[in-house]
Ligand binder design. Structure first.
Ligand code: C2O
Ligand code: CU
Length: 665
């Protein structure tokens, strides 16, 4: 069973225990001793089972259970023990026909256990990891307050009179004074805890984490505004000039449907930018009428920081009528893409994106053929109002490919959710991931691939003499077809693809040397992803959080140039988070403790599914201030975004919504 399923099971058991404790408390209060006894036994059993699920989860990592082990279970355990001691003997006596099993103390203690069980689950959902003293104190105070309130209700004068005939009711005077005593101490605990908790919450939070490395040095500062790209191509390269105008437009999709899109140059996707390694790419971005502003971010491309296109960090957003010129050398070959980074959860979805493809210089690649004899298709996958479109801007979903032709399909996931990809009708290789070639990728067939949001896969094969189908999300009628004779004659019906096993890319291809030893990391940052109540852009929200906080309150990660940096990314939530660092490819080390044993896997986006723990590493060789965020763009907007900051780099730009987020007016 996966950790994700254990998380869900633990939630279910927690819910059951809440239900059982409340059932026991209510039946007790209603003086139904038989039912109350059964419910109390059930509650105890479920609570014990909870101990088991939490222990198993703890085996997957402390991050998954910290608040349960330190607060939820001890609180429930103490309350449960009190409940059993106070209510148990009375209920057993009632079974033997003595009394009705119900005293105010018993009712209060059993309901107290119910409150403790409920509070534990609420803390898991609203606070999560890490548990703060603030949260713990406030929770304890609320449970005490709940128990006190209950005590008031069940021992109200009317009730006491009704209780008068009950066997175990002590004489009035003693009950009152004991009740007073319990009331005063309970009240004092509740008030102190609440006060201390609230006070603590006003302590300023740290603004930077060091990951075990040195703090800020006194070195002289360089501004991101000065970290700009080269102004000339490498010897032999040329300058590739583009003008991209961001504007609203009505765009007709291949299906004939018209959409109101936000576009670069009136096209969706925007114009493909292609270059050969060593060329200089120069793009003049002009904003015609996108009111909130736009930028160009070169996703996965390790441009100098000043070209990275993050509003409020590396530049200001380009408003209507304004311009910004990006310039950088195309040093890395491969499949990349560009998109706006301002209010990107809206802008990218509406169409502000396009492909960036850089061909290797010299054609050393085995599959390099002249343009006439190969099929090389760049295929951004994008969902418009629920319809998945994978064609390029010409809208064609059928392509001729004579048998034997080398084919390269460059898939780009421009959505915020992963896509399941199947290539039916041919064996193939995954030649590159996120623009970087894999080492000795083996031939596979009848497998499925999971393409993370923002990620790219280059699939290569030699065209067979029957047709090939690219199937996205198991939609056998949609997708893309390659026909050996250009007509439908070579067509074979696509079989059901939904059962095909997932190709595990951590075991695909052959190992090779990597340029650094990740075990000797200079810094190690852990990011625990979850949902919870946190401040996002100055407002409380049910946020997508990193270590319990939302953007921009998540501490910056400080690195120094040359550091080897290690990331542990843990997903405690029930959603997939495509983790994305700007400016650096990261090397995947392991998933759930199992090391990567295939080709070195250099990616810029990796899907961390519920319950998963990923380890990745990179060398800090590109000074700047870099966004480090979830590429499910609405998640980033709702808090799941932070900055990796090089020592000595500053920014003159600001704006609380400088990241993937941003107001659209
Ligand atoms: Cu493709 Cu910060 O994004
Ligand atoms: Cu996410």
């Amino acid at each position: 069973m996966t950790t994700g399923l254990w998380i869900i099971l633990d939630h279910v058991v927690a819910l059951l225990s809440i239900a059982m404790w409340f059932a026991a408390g209510v039946t007790l209060a209603l003086r139904r001793p038989r039912l109350a006894l059964a419910a109390l036994v059930a509650a105890m059993l479920v609570t014990l089972v909870r101990g088991v699920t939490v222990t198993i989860l703890a085996g997957q990592g402390w991050w998954f259970v910290q608040e349960k082990v330190l607060l939820g279970l001890p609180m429930l355990g103490a309350a449960a023990a009190a409940a059993v001691l106070l209510a148990g003997p009375q209920l057993l006596a009632a079974r033997r026909g003595r009394g009705d099993g119900s005293s105010p103390a018993a009712v209060v203690s059993v309901l107290g256990a119910a409150y403790a069980a409920l509070a534990g689950l609420v803390v898991t959902f609203l606070v999560g990891y890490p548990l703060t003293l603030t949260a713990a104190l406030i929770t304890i105070s609320l449970v005490c307050a709940g128990a006190l309130l209950t005590a008031r209700v069940v021992t109200s004068p009317a009730d006491s009179t009704a209780d008068a005939g009950v066997a175990q009711a002590p004489e009035g005077g003693r009950t009152i004074s004991r009740r007073r005593f319990i009331g005063w101490t309970g009240g004092a605990v509740a008030v102190t805890a609440a006060g201390a908790g609230t006070g603590l919450s006003f302590l300023p939070a740290e603004s930077v984490t060091l990951g075990g490395g040195a703090g800020r040095s006194a070195r002289s500062a360089v501004s991101v505004a000065d970290l700009r790209g080269s102004r000339s191509p490498a010897p032999g390269g040329i300058v590739r000039r583009h003008v991209l105008t961001a504007k609203k437009a009505t765009v007709r999709l291949a299906s004939g449907r018209e959409i109101e899109a936000w576009t670069y140059n009136g096209e969706v996707p925007g114009p493909a930018i292609t270059a050969t390694q060593g060329d200089l790419i120069e793009v003049r971005l002009h904003n015609a009428d996108i009111e909130g502003g736009v930028t160009l971010h070169w996703h996965g491309y390790d441009v100098p920081c000043g070209e990275d296109g993050v509003p409020g960090v590396t530049q200001m957003a380009v408003g209507p009528g304004a311009e910004f010129v990006y310039r950088f050398r195309a040093d890395q070959a491969g499949t990349y893409w560009y998109h706006t980074h301002h209010a990107s959860h809206i802008g990218v979805r509406k169409g502000l994106y396009g492909a960036l493809v850089v061909n290797p210089r010299g054609g050393q690649r085995a599959d390099e053929h002249s343009a006439a004899e190969q099929v090389d298709l760049t295929l951004p996958v994008h969902t418009f109002d629920g319809t998945v479109v994978i064609a390029g801007k010409d809208g064609r979903t059928e392509h001729p490919a004579p048998p034997g032709t080398p084919v390269r399909l460059r898939l780009i996931n421009t959505d915020s959710e992963p896509h399941r990809i199947v290539l039916a009708g041919t064996p193939f290789r995954v030649a590159a991931i996120d623009g970087r070639d894999l080492n000795q990728p083996g031939e596979v067939r009848d497998v499925s691939l999971h393409l993370p949001a923002g990620g790219r896969y280059d699939l290569v094969f030699a065209m067979p003499d029957t047709s090939v189908a690219l199937v996205v999300d198991d939609d056998r009628d949609g997708g893309l077809r390659l026909r050996p004779r250009g007509d439908a004659s070579g067509g074979v019906p696509v079989e059901d693809t939904s059962d095909l096993p997932l190709l595990d890319l951590l075991r695909y291809g052959a190992p090779a040397a990597v340029p650094f030893d990740a075990r000797k990391a200079d810094r190690h940052f852990t990011m625990v992803l979850d949902r919870g109540v946190a401040m996002v852009d100055g407002r409380p929200a049910y946020a997508h959080t990193v270590n319990g906080r939302g953007h921009p309150s998540i501490p910056d990660q400080l690195v120094a140039e040359g550091d080897i940096v290690r990331f542990t990314v843990v997903n405690r939530s029930l959603e997939t988070h495509p983790w994305h660092l700007h400016g650096h490819p990261v090397l995947i080390l392991s998933r759930d403790g199992t090391p990567s044993t295939g080709s070195p896997l250099w990616v810029d986006t990796f899907d961390v599914r519920p319950g998963e723990t990923w380890e990745a590493a990179f060398r800090a060789t590109n000074p700047g201030i870099w966004m480090n965020h979830c590429h499910n763009l609405p998640h980033a907007e709702q808090g799941m975004m932070l900055q990796l900051r090089y020592d000595g780099v500053t920014t003159p730009f600001s704006g609380s919504r400088g990241g993937a987020a941003g107001h659209v007016h």
